[in-house]
Each structure stands twice: as C-alpha cells, then as structure tokens.
Design a protein around this ligand. Structure first.
Ligand code: NAD
Length: 689
C-alpha cells in the first residue's frame, strides 16, 4: 500500500508530507501515517520544528465521511489534534487548496498556519447536519470571538486566505508557487526566535468580552430562526460555541464531543448525509461508462425566451457558453432579453457580480427571429409552449435546419418525448432537458432518455449538467417524468381534502411544519392561478377563483387574501366557493384532522408514486427520486427526500395506512406492488435492488 505520510528533515525542520489522493481525506491510514511521522519527529533531536504539507491539489479537504456513524479507528482526529496541540516542538501547517472540516481543525491544532494566496479554509460540517467535532467549535471562537465563530460554523462558508489572515485564522499568506519554501522559512524563523508554541486553546482574549453577554447566543438563534428551522445542527453549534466561551477548554471539548455524537445519531444528519451521497451517485448511469465519450458543446441554441427559455439561457451564459436565442416576435425577444438583463443587474446591485460581468454575459447572446440561425448550434433546447403540435412542428423544422451531430433537446414538462423525437428523422439525437423554475436557480436537471436516445447524447447531457452547475437525474419517459409525477399526488390530495372540508390553512401549515418552505395553496397563489389552471376541463375551485379575478398573490387575492405585506389570511370568498364546488361535485363533508393523518394523506401517496417510478424503471435508483424531490421541489433536505423518509417511518406502517385510506377513498391509495413487497420482506428503499 502506498504510504500516506512521509517525512524528510531539512535544515532542522521535519517536513511531513501527507498524500492521500484525490483530496487528502482524513482516512484512518492517513491518520495512522501522520501519527507515526509525528512520533518520529518528536523524538528526533535534529528536529527543531515540524512542517505539515500536503501533496496534490489540496490540503486535507475534510474528514473521510464514509467513516461517519462508525467507530473511529485509532488514532481519532481529536487524538491527533491533542497530539499536535501538546507537541514538544512547534508545528506549522502549510495550507493550499482547501482546508475544510477536519482538515482545518487539524490545522487549527497546529501552532502556526501559513496559507497560499488561493487557499480557502472553512468548517462545512453543518451541511451534513453535524458540527466540527475535533475542536473546531472551541478553537475558532478563541481566535475570532463568538459572533464571528457562529457565523463561520453555522454557515459552513469557505473563507479565502486574505480574509482568514485578517480574522487571524492563519498567520501568514504567501504566493502559491512559494508555499513550501516560504513555510519552511517561516518554520526556521520560529526556531531561530526560540521555538515558541502558541496554542489556540490557551487564548482567551477574543472571548473575554463574550463572557458577559450570554444573550448573544439566544439573539443569534432568534435572528436566524427561519434559516435554521428544522435543522438540528445549528442549535448544537450554538451550544458548543457557548461552551467555548463559558467553560475551560477541555470541558468545552467534552461538550463538543457529546453534541457531535448526538448529531451523528440524529435522523436529520443521516438524511443530510444521504442527500450528499445521493447527489454524487445520481451522475452515474450504469450502462454509460467513461468509455462513452461526450460530444463537445461550444454553442447552444434556445427556442423560446419565456419564463423557462430565459432562465435556461442564463445557465449557459454563466458558464461562458454563447447562446442563440430564437423567438417568434421581436417583442417577445426583447422582453425575454430584458428580463435576463434585469436579473443580472439585480445580482450586480447586490454586489455579487460586476457591471462588466453583466455586459460580458449579455454579450454572449445572439438574438434571432429565425430558426435557421440555429444551423451551427451543437445543442438546441426547445422551451416553447407546452403543446405537442407546436413542439412536433418545431422539431420537424429543426430536423431540416440543425447540423448533423447536433443534440436536439426539449424542456417539456409532461409531453411524450418519444413522440417529439419521432417528428425528426434522427430520434437518437433527441433528449429531454427538463429544467425547473426558476431555471437559473433550481439545481435539478432531469435528463430524459427517450427510447431511441443514443448513449453519447445521454452522456453529454449528464456531463453538461455539471458544467452549468446542475445536478442531473436520469429519467425515463412518462407523464411528468420523475419530480412532477412524484409530487402530483400531494397536490391532488391537498385539493381533495379541501373539497372534503379540511381548512386549506391547516393543510398548508402541516406541510410547512414538515419542512416545506410553503404549503400547496400558498405555492399556487405565488405562481398565479391563471398560469396553473389553464388546462382545467371541469369546474374547479381554482377556475372559479380565476373567474372571480382572484389570480393569486399578485392580485392580493387567490386561495387566500393578502395584505400589503403579502401576509395571507383565510378568505370567506374562497370558503364559499369551496362549498359550492364540493356540493356541485357531490363531495361529502369529511374533514381530515390531526397532523399525522393530514401528513399521511398528503405524503404517503408521494412515497407510493416513488415506488411506481422506481418499479417501472423510470428512475435508476431510489436515491435519484429523493434528489429530484429535494432539488426540484425543495423537499426538506433534513428529511432526506420522500423515500429516505419513508424508510424512517417504516414501510409496513405506510402500507397499512394506505390500505386504510384505500378502503375509504378508493384505488388512488392502493399501495404499489414494490412498496408492498419491500414492506413484507422487512426491507427498505435504501437497501437497493
Ligand atoms: P412561456 O409561455 O413563458 O414561454 C414560451 C415562449 O415560447 C414564449 O415567449 C413564446 O413566444 C415562445 N414561442 C412559442 N412558440 C415559439 C416558436 N415557434 N418559436 C420560438 N418561440 C416560440 O412558457 P414557459 O413557462 O417558459 O414554458 C416553456 C416550456 O417549458 C413548456 O414546455 C413548459 O411545460 C416547460 N416547463 C415549464 C416550467 C415552468 O415552471 N414554467 C417548468 C419546467 C418546464
């Protein structure tokens, strides 16, 4: 086995190089290697100081997260940190790339930190529902004070070297190319100056002022209540930082360990770790290996500059890829481009983009009213009205216009991609690229594989997603693909319960309590009832609301009434309409009550639909369905997605409740065969196929 730690002694400094590609994760073998080299250096009389360096593209980029939830193999990271902290000789960490999580904690346990100018440091554990469990919550406040530490650790943000220097998190910043040399010079100076070993654990200057301000912790929690809602890690982080301020170092450390262990065992952290791995797994398509080469995409055409076409265009502009944007009228084209510009200018006004960057992106758009302008595009994405006739007409025309080897994609939400592909003479080049609204924000991209779509086209789409900052999930062809089909039953049940007399505010509240940003009816009001209700064929409450001019939030009235601050309250008008429509449809008054019953009615059918999507082979794996829900529909990440959550609830319990609902409401609730099979076998979605 290749050695993960090696050392040489240069001018009285032991240079320990850690080498665990690709990102020097803190695996057991790396920890053991480092421990052995440290012991060696501690005992070597020639050595006056120790320099820790990493090989490859980065310093230790984090813990080896596959080890979470399992017992540490010795030495544990906290043991190593204690060893560094108590080292008989000064230890200097030389940081390049990213020192994150356990990697940064290890650096903080050293006596000095020298960073390359392009390096970044940070404690991102919060994103996995955890806290830094190797002293991070105790050492960072001792450098930057409690408030800055709370910000750094609860946000998990990456801090650039220059800011880290001004905060005191690193002691020196040097040119990238000179890191090893400068860090060595730094180490020699430390020795020459008497070999001081300043330990962060011994410092109290930065937290002294915080000792008299216990209210700062409750104030921080209150100010961030919305952002932290449902997550368990932030409160634990606040508790740990408070311990850093109020307790001696070792007691604070013990508190940190206890809190860490509680978080590791929590369902919220398990869910967040599931989502983390699921996101990476989604990129893998079993029958498309690295041997299938992707097609080079240098220029892209987008047809339709509406809501979706505009957002889709922005993704490519952000990645520096030129776009030819085609519309039917100059007015629609101008409007679409103006919206894109406005979005960028809003970003620039917030200081997140320069005026020059706005112009540079806008300069990548070539507007046109002629499809023929797409003759040279490597990829063409259609985002026109959701109509089979309009789309097949466009694809037939594209077939005559597009160059050979161009990928022809549709952003259709529900239509049969195979029929769209059949309008061309080259269905193997046709693929679905289903973005979610707002397309420049939502991270999900469903790549829809038609019956004839070729492997290189699928491979290109999957890799392209990464290039434009999306997470691709592969979907087969069906009505609504994965995410829309999966969530449709939630809306259907919300509306069914509404007609049965369950207050819509109750239905929405239960969804918000579960962790969604808003409830079903609030969401409808936000999007606009006129936009959603366009295709209704029977009398609906929504249709009646639209007829009454209640189009949603934009008009101050939809399902709810809204005040000038856009706060919602129940509406009598809606209440009467619901009763009328229920009577007209012969729906008996039978409100559902109790959070658990409401949640089961709303979300178990989603789980059931997920089982069908999996069984039909529309999704490759259960975790892809979770990712589609989390990234496409903001399913709370700390629930892990519908199927992960279902595993937590227990599939047998879900099947039993579905059967009870089936007896009352009919076959909509019939449990899917896969769900029943798994439940009967005592298995879970997470066990894989
Ligand atoms: P939209 O009405 O906002 O935009 C459609 C645009 O296409 C209009 O500007 C129209 O002028 C233009 N257009 C129509 N025919 C054209 C043609 N022949 N050539 C060029 N341009 C033409 O609609 P949208 O919401 O952007 O939806 C577009 C597609 O994206 C639909 O298939 C829809 O189902 C899908 N989609 C929408 C959403 C969403 O949330 N809005 C989400 C995912 C997918």
């Amino acid at each position: 086995m290749k050695q993960t730690a090696t050392s040489v002694v240069v001018d009285g400094v032991a240079l320990i190089t850690l080498d665990n590609p690709p990102v020097n994760a803190l695996s057991a073998s790396l920890r053991q290697g480092l421990q052995a080299e440290l012991e060696q250096a501690f005992g070597d009389e020639e050595v006056g100081a120790i320099l820790l360096l990493c090989a490859g593209r980065t310093f230790i980029a984090g813990a080896d997260i596959t080890e979470f939830g399992q017992p540490w193999q010795p030495p544990s990271l906290p043991d190593l940190c204690a060893m560094l902290d108590g080292a008989p000789k000064p230890v200097i960490a030389a940081i390049h790339g990213t020192a994150l999580g356990g990697g940064f904690e290890l650096a903080l346990a050293c006596h000095y930190r020298v960073a390359a100018r392009s390096a970044k440091v940070g404690l991102p554990e919060v994103h996995l529902g955890l806290l830094p469990g190797a002293g991070g919550t105790q050492r960072v406040p001792r450098i930057v004070g409690a408030e800055a530490a709370l910000d750094i650790i609860t946000s998990g943000r990456q801090i650039k070297a220059a800011e880290a220097l001004s905060l005191g998190l690193v002691d020196a910043v040097v040119d990238d190319a000179a890191l090893a040399e400068e860090a060595l010079a730094f180490a020699r100076r430390v020795v020459a100056d008497g070999g001081a070993k300043p330990r962060i654990r011994d410092r109290a200057d930065a937290i002294e002022g915080d000792r008299n301000r216990p209210e700062l912790f409750t104030a921080f929690a209150a100010a961030n209540a919305r952002r932290f809602k449902g997550f368990v890690a932030p409160a634990a982080i606040i508790g740990a930082v408070e311990a850093a301020v109020t307790l001696p170092f070792d007691e604070g450390l013990a508190k940190e360990t206890a809190l860490f262990e509680r978080l590791v065992a929590s369902p919220e952290s398990a869910a967040q770790r599931h989502v983390f791995f699921a996101e990476r797994e989604a990129a893998r398509v079993p029958d498309i290996g690295p041997d299938i080469s992707a097609i080079d995409i240098r220029s892209v055409g987008v047809i339709g500059a509406g809501t979706m076409g505009g957002g889709i265009t922005m993704n490519f502009l952000n990645a520096g890829i030129p776009i030819t944007l085609v519309e039917t009228t100059q007015e629609a084209l101008d409007r679409g481009i103006a919206t894109i510009r406005r979005n960028y200018e809003t970003t620039a006004a917030k200081g997140r983009m320069t005026a020059a960057q706005v112009e540079q992106r806008m300069g990548l758009i070539s507007p046109s009213l002629d499809l023929a302008a797409l003759a040279d595009a490597d990829l063409i994405i259609e985002a026109v009205y959701e109509s089979m006739d309009v789309k097949t007409d466009i694809f037939a025309r594209l077939d005559r216009i597009a160059k050979l080897g161009a990928i022809l994609a549709s952003n259709t939400s529900f239509l049969d991609l195979n029929r769209i592909a059949a309008a061309t003479s080259r269905p193997e080049w046709v693929v679905g690229l289903h973005f979610f609204s707002p397309a420049n924000v939502m991270r999900l991209l469903e790549v829809v594989r038609g019956a004839a779509t070729s492997k290189p086209v699928v491979a290109t789409a999957m890799r392209l997603a990464k290039r434009i900052g999306k997470v691709a999930v592969l979907s087969g062809v069906c009505d609504g693909f994965i995410a829309n089909r999966l969530l449709a039953p939630r809306g259907a049940q919300a509306e069914a319960m509404m007609l049965e007399g369950t207050p819509i505010a109750e239905i929405d509240r239960v969804l918000v309590d579960y962790g969604f940003a808003m409830g079903h009816f609030q969401m409808m009001d936000l999007v606009g009832l006129d936009v959603i209700g366009r295709n209704a064929t029977e009398r609906t409450v929504m249709g009646d609301l639209v007829a009454a001019g209640r189009l949603g939030q934009k008009r101050g009235a939809g399902y709810y009434d809204y005040d000038e601050k856009r706060r919602s309250r129940p509406s009598d008008v809606t209440g009467s309409l619901i009763k009328e429509v229920a009577a007209a449809r012969g729906v008996a008054h039978a409100p559902t009550s109790g959070d658990e019953a409401l949640l089961a009615r709303l979300l178990y059918p989603v789980v059931n639909e997920g089982a069908k999507i999996l069984e039909e082979g529309i999704a490759l794996r259960a975790s892809d369905i979770d990712i589609a829900a989390v990234l496409g529909y903001n399913w709370p990440v700390y629930r892990g997605g519908p199927l992960f959550w279902a595993d937590q609830v227990g599939l047998d319990r879900i099947v039993a409740e579905m059967r009870r609902l089936e007896a009352v409401h009919g076959e909509t609730f019939r449990p899917a065969p896969l769900l029943v099979r798994l439940a009967e076998a005592g298995r879970r979605f997470g066990d894989g196929s």
